[in-house]
Ligand binder design. Structure first.
Ligand code: C2E
Ligand code: MG
Ligand code: MG
Length: 681
C-alpha cells in the first residue's frame, strides 16, 4: 500500500493522522468507533480547535482521491467518515470541557470548604478563582434561587443578572430542556445524587438562546445534609453552530444545496429501522436525459446552472417529500407511507411534466426531459439497498424506452432480466463446455417439392434451465460480444454437418443456411474465419448460405457491402433474413451483392389470419416476390404453417418455403430419414 503523501507542512495534518484516515477510507467497512476516536483527537493538543477539524474535513471532501490515493472510493464513505469525525470531535470537546470544569469545580469546592473551615485567607483565594474563571459559576439555593454569580456568568447571560430575579434558575432554561433539568436538580437538592452534567440551552432575557455545558454539584453541610448548589456553565454555542454547519455540509450537496445521497441513505436506514413509524417507503429515482451533451456543448458552468434550476423546480414539484441530489444529473424523491403506487405514478407524471417547460439560463432557453424509476414496498418486505436497486432498474427501463418517461419496478420483469443477463454472461463459458447444439429446419423447393436446404438454428442445453431457444440469449450475447465465439462454433458445426451430408447424399444433399449476427459482420477477423472453416470442413462454399439481417447491413452499408462482396467472391450464398421488418429499402437491395431474401414470417402469418387472397398481406407478399424476382433474387417464405399458405405461395411463384408445414427444426439424425425421400408440398 503506498504511504500517504501528506506532511504536516503541506496540509496541517500529521503524517500519523493522515495514515489513519487512509486506513479508514480503504477498509471494506467504516470503523465508526475508530473514526470517532480520531475526531476526538482533533479536539486535543497538538490540534485542538475547530480549525483542525475544518481542515481535515475540507481535505477529505475536496482532495481525498488525490491526496489519499483512494480514487474511485465511494463518495458516501467520505461523507460517512466526515460525519463520524465531526461527531467524535464534538464528543472530544465535551470530554475536554468536562475535565476543565472538573478542575475548576474541584478548586472552587476545595477553596469553599477551606473557606468555611479555615476562614479568611482562603476566602480571598476563592474570590479570585470565582471572579477570574473563564467559565460561568453560580451558587444557588436548593430551591434554585441564584445566590451568587461570577462575571463570566453575567457575560454569558448578556449582562442580565439572574440574582436580580426572584425566579429559580430553571426559569431561564429553554422549555425543551427544562423538564429534564428540573427533575435532576430536584434529585440533587434532595440529596439523592451529588452532581449532574448536561447540555442545556438557556434563554437570555433578551431572547437569545445560549447552548451551554452545565455541571452542578451539591455542597453538603457538616452534618452531610444538602446545603446549596454550585453550577459551572460553559458557553458552547459557537461549537454547536460549527457542528451544525459541518453536519449540514456532510449531508448536503454543495451546488444545489439539496440533501445529498448520504442523507437519503440515512433517512432510508431510519425508515427501515426498528421502531420507526414508517410502514411503506416509495422511492423515485430521476435521471436527466442527455445532460452530458449540455455539459459538452454549452460548458460545465451552464450545466451547473441548469442542475441548480432543475433542483429548485424539483423541490417545488415534489411538495412535502424529500428531494435529494444523488450525484451528477441524478435526483431522488423519497416518499414515506405513500397511499399507493398510483400516488407515486401521479407524482412522477407531475414531476416529468413540470420539468418540460424550458429553463432560462442566462440568455438561453434550455429544454430537458428526464426519466424516472419508481419502487415502492413495505419496510418489512425489503431493505434500503434493494429498494434503491429496484428504483434504479425501473429507471433504466424508462431510459431504454427512450427517456422522458417513468416506469414502475416489476419484480417479474426484473427476475427475467437478471437471469437473461446472467445467462448472456455465461455464453462464452458454455461454448467451451460444449453446451450448444444445432437443429436443422427444412427449406423446401416449392416448384419441385424437394428439400433443398436447411437452416441451422442454435439451442443451449443449459445445466440448470434445460434447453433454451435463441430468444433467451442471442440478443444479449450480441451486446456483450459473446456472439463472436458462439457464432464461430455454429458456423464450424453447421459446415461440418453439411459436409457429412454432402459425403452421404451427393448432389441431393441440402445446403446449410447459417444466421450471422450484425456484430459478427463487423468483426475484423470474421471473413478469415469463414474461409478457414470452409477449408477445414472441405465444404463446397456454394453449399453454405449466410443469413444477414437488414439491421446488420444498415449499420455501415459500405463496409457491409464490402464484406458481402468478398463472401460472394468466395462462392458463399447470401440472403437477407426477416425481410420486411427493418427498413426494407429496395434501393439497397439492388446495391447489395445478395442472392436471396427471406420474407419475414409475420407477413406469411398475416396471410393465414386474413384467410383471403385479397388481404393486404397477400398483396404485400405478392409484390415482394415480384420485386425480388425482378432483381434476380431467390425468395424464401418463413413460417409457412398451413396447406393454404403453402399453396398460395407456390402459386405466386415463391421459390422456397420454410415452416412447421414442411418440418420443424430437428436434430441432424432426423433429417437423414427425410433426405431419402421427397417431402410432401
Ligand atoms: P430466424 O433466422 O428467422 O429463424 C427462424 C425462426 O422461426 C426459428 O426460431 C424457427 O424455429 C422459427 N420457425 C420456423 N418455422 C416456424 C413456423 O412455422 N411458425 C413460427 N411461428 N415460427 C417458425 P428460433 O430457432 O427460435 O430462432 C429464432 C431466431 O434466433 C432466428 O430467427 C435467428 O434470428 C436467431 N438465431 C437462431 N440461431 C442462430 C444462430 O446460430 N446465430 C444467430 N446469430 N442467430 C440465431
Ligand atoms: Mg434465419
Ligand atoms: Mg427469419
Amino acid at each position: 500500500m503506498p504511504g500517504p503523501r501528506l506532511s504536516r507542512t503541506s496540509t496541517g495534518l500529521t503524517t500519523e493522522l493522515a495514515t489513519e484516515l487512509v486506513e479508514l477510507l480503504r477498509a471494506d467497512r467504516l470503523a465508526s468507533g475508530e473514526a470517532r476516536r480520531l475526531g476526538a483527537r482533533l479536539a486535543e493538543p497538538p490540534f485542538r480547535g475547530p480549525n483542525a477539524l475544518r481542515t481535515t474535513l475540507r481535505l477529505l471532501r475536496t482532495r481525498a482521491p488525490e491526496l489519499f490515493d483512494v480514487a474511485g472510493h465511494p463518495a458516501e464513505r467520505i461523507g460517512e467518515l466526515a460525519d463520524e469525525l465531526a461527531t467524535g470531535y464534538a464528543e472530544g470537546m465535551r470530554a475536554r470541557t468536562r475535565r476543565e470544569q472538573q478542575a475548576v469545580l474541584g478548586a472552587v469546592l476545595r477553596t469553599r470548604r477551606e473557606a468555611e473551615h479555615a476562614l479568611r485567607a482562603s476566602e480571598k483565594r476563592f474570590r479570585t478563582i470565582f471572579t477570574e474563571a473563564g467559565v460561568g459559576i453560580a451558587i444557588a439555593a436548593l430551591d434554585g434561587r441564584v445566590l451568587d454569580v461570577n462575571p463570566a456568568l453575567l457575560r454569558l447571560f448578556g449582562g442580565a443578572d439572574p440574582r436580580s430575579s426572584p425566579r429559580p434558575i430553571t426559569d431561564h432554561v429553554h422549555p425543551e430542556d427544562a423538564p429534564g433539568l428540573v427533575t435532576e436538580l430536584g434529585e440533587l437538592a434532595g440529596g439523592v445524587r451529588d452532581s449532574l452534567r448536561s447540555e442545556v440551552r438557556f434563554v437570555r432575557p433578551d431572547g437569545v438562546v445560549v447552548w451551554t455545558y452545565l455541571t452542578v454539584s451539591l455542597v453538603r453541610d457538616d452534618a452531610g445534609q444538602p446545603d446549596y448548589l454550585i453550577g459551572v456553565i460553559e458557553d458552547v454555542t459557537e461549537r454547536h453552530r460549527l457542528r451544525s454547519r459541518l453536519r449540514h455540509q456532510t449531508y448536503h450537496d454543495q451546488l444545489t444545496r439539496l440533501p445529498n445521497r448520504s442523507l437519503m441513505d440515512a433517512q432510508l436506514r431510519w425508515a427501515f429501522s426498528e421502531g420507526s413509524p414508517v410502514q411503506r417507503v416509495g422511492l423515485c429515482h430521476l435521471d436527466l436525459d442527455g445532460f452530458r451533451s449540455i455539459n459538452d456543448t454549452l460548458g460545465h458552468q451552464i450545466g451547473d446552472q441548469l442542475l441548480l434550476a432543475v433542483a429548485h423546480r424539483l423541490q417545488l414539484l415534489a411538495g412535502e417529500h424529500l428531494v435529494t441530489r444523488a450525484g451528477g444529473d441524478e435526483f431522488a424523491i423519497l416518499v414515506a407511507d405513500p397511499p399507493g403506487v398510483e400516488y407515486l405514478c401521479e407524482l412522477a407524471q407531475r414531476v416529468l411534466a413540470g420539468l418540460r417547460p424550458p429553463f432560462v439560463i442566462g440568455s438561453q432557453r434550455l429544454s430537458i426531459t428526464a426519466c424516472m424509476g419508481i419502487a415502492e414496498d413495505a419496510v418489512t418486505d425489503t431493505w434500503p439497498g434493494e429498494l434503491q436497486r429496484a428504483a434504479d432498474a425501473a429507471r433504466s427501463w424508462a431510459k431504454a424506452e427512450g427517456g422522458g418517461r417513468w416506469a414502475v419496478f416489476d419484480a417479474v420483469r426484473d427476475a427475467g432480466e437478471t437471469s437473461r443477463f446472467t445467462l448472456a454472461a455465461s455464453v462464452s463459458g458454455a461454448v467451451d463446455r460444449d453446451e450448444f447444439h444445432l437443429l436443422y429446419q427444412p427449406l423446401m423447393d416449392l416448384a419441385s417439392g424437394e428439400l433443398t436446404g436447411v437452416e441451422a438454428l442454435v439451442r443451449w442445453r443449459h445445466p440448470e434451465y434445460g434447453v433454451l431457444g435463441p430468444a433467451r440469449f442471442i440478443e444479449l450475447a450480441e451486446r456483450n460480444g459473446a456472439i463472436v465465439p458462439l457464432g464461430r462454433w455454429v458456423l464450424t458445426e453447421a459446415c461440418r454437418q453439411a459436409r457429412r451430408w454432402a459425403d452421404r447424399f451427393g448432389s441431393a444433399a441440402p445446403y446449410v443456411s447459417v444466421n450471422v449476427a450484425p456484430r459478427q459482420l463487423i468483426e475484423p477477423s470474421w471473413l478469415a474465419e469463414v474461409s478457414t472453416v470452409l477449408e477445414d470442413s472441405g465444404l463446397d462454399p456454394g453449399r453454405l448460405q449466410l443469413e444477414i439481417t437488414e439491421r446488420a447491413v444498415l449499420v455501415d452499408e459500405p463496409a457491409a457491402s464490402e464484406t458481402l462482396r468478398t463472401l460472394r467472391e468466395m462462392g458463399v450464398q447470401l440472403a437477407i433474413d426477416d425481410f420486411g421488418t427493418g427498413y426494407s429499402s429496395l434501393s439497397y437491395l439492388r446495391r447489395l451483392p445478395v442472392h436471396g431474401l427471406k420474407i419475414d414470417g409475420s407477413f406469411i402469418q398475416g396471410l393465414c389470419a386474413a384467410g383471403s387472397e385479397e388481404s393486404r398481406e397477400s398483396k404485400i407478399v405478392e409484390a415482394l416476390i415480384r420485386m425480388a424476382h425482378a432483381l434476380g433474387l431467390v425468395v424464401t417464405a418463413e413460417w409457412v404453417e398451413t396447406a393454404g399458405q403453402a399453396r398460395w405461395l407456390t402459386a405466386l411463384g415463391c421459390d422456397i418455403g420454410q415452416g412447421n408445414w414442411y418440418g420443424d427444426p430437428v436434430p441432424p439424425s432426423e433429417l437423414d430419414a427425410l433426405l431419402r425421400r421427397p417431402l410432401a408440398g
